[in-house]
Design a protein around this ligand. Structure first.
Ligand code: CO
Ligand code: CO
Length: 323
């Protein structure tokens, strides 16, 4: 959102995706067959275990390249640590957790930078490659499309609960497992059916924030069925208690003017705005791809939820709650 304040940059025809459409990554064309996909992301600790924290950060950073239909190839590490409070072993654990994920997906870690900072932060700048003809944008949803997501939401309230010690062990386990799950397999399954009409991943702006960006960029109305959205264990009771982090509350303000949600319960609406870390893909397909999509995902035992559809109409989100 801060990027919206930037003055317009000079038009370069090789910039295929800039910051204007709030897409997952920028895309810069090299030649007819190749474009660079570039993204950066970093955040404060989301779990207590340093190795898992690093691994989640890497998984999340790579996701933006997959969400554009690209293949990540190199990464640079960003690290901010309180040098006087954190041991070198802990810092190494964080970095090793991230490096393990990069290795797993064949991404070369080619450098990085660290600074002294009272609040730890870790992240990555990732570069990927994509065929300029096969870029998956968030701004190309078509009326009639079906809308899907691939992971449950609810990490915002859960991470807050982890930090203040109110999360139950099985909630933490499920949230951690979800954040560590890479979108690589879902991206490949989606590519195997010819790709989506539009795609993004669900992260900091929450399900509704990213859905709004899709509706706005595509100039369509997106209809969501609230009951069909998968929610992590524990998140609903935390939402009922109103235990949302600031980012999630800001997300709700961000989408408020673009939302019609008559009869949707308040805690559920707030949860749909909850900030997500390392969330799943959010994408739309043509209805005639549906059976191939379902078999591609079930064939690889990948979770998939159909949560709505795309209608012609002004850029907006309409939400229905069935039960
Ligand atoms: Co993204
Ligand atoms: Co991002």
């Amino acid at each position: 959102m801060v990027l919206a304040q930037l003055s317009p940059t000079p038009a370069d025809a090789r910039v295929l995706v800039g910051h204007q459409t709030h897409d997952d990554a920028g895309v810069f064309q090299i030649d007819e067959k190749t474009a660079l996909v570039q993204t950066v992301d970093f955040f404060t600790p989301v779990v207590d275990d340093p190795r898992q924290y690093g691994a989640i950060s890497a998984t999340n950073a790579l996701s933006d390249v997959w969400a554009m239909g690209g293949t990540p190839v190199t990464a640079l590490n960003l690290l901010a640590i309180p040098a006087d409070q954190m041991t070198a072993e802990t810092a190494a654990e964080i970095l090793n957790g991230g490096a393990m994920v990069m290795r797993q997906f064949g991404v070369s870690l080619i450098g990085g930078h660290s600074i002294d900072d009272p609040e730890p932060k870790v992240g990555y700048a990732v570069t990927g490659l994509v065929d300029p003809q096969k870029i998956w944008r968030n701004s190309t949803a078509v009326p009639g499309d079906l809308l899907y997501c691939t992971k449950p939401i609810g990490t915002g309230v859960l991470i807050k609960a982890i930090k203040d010690g109110s999360a139950q062990p099985d909630w933490i386990e499920a949230a951690t497992e979800m954040m560590l799950e890479a979108n690589f397999a879902a991206k490949n399954a989606l590519a195997s059916i010819g790709g989506p009409n539009s795609c993004t991943d669900i992260t900091g702006f929450g399900l509704l924030g990213h859905t709004w960006e899709m509706a706005q960029g595509s100039k369509v109305t997106i209809h969501l069925i609230a009951d069909r959205v998968p929610i992590l264990k524990g998140a609903e009771s935390l939402a009922l208690a109103g235990a949302f982090p600031q980012g999630s509350i800001r997300n709700r303000d961000y989408v408020a003017d673009h939302l019609k949600a008559p009869g949707v319960s308040d805690h559920l609406l707030a949860l749909l705005c909850d900030a997500v870390t390392s969330g799943g893909l959010l994408f739309t397909i043509n209805p005639d791809q549906e059976s191939r999509l379902t078999s591609a995902f079930s064939g690889h035992h990948l979770p998939l939820w159909r949560i709505g559809e795309v209608h012609s109409g002004p850029s907006a989100i309409e939400i229905t709650q069935l039960s």
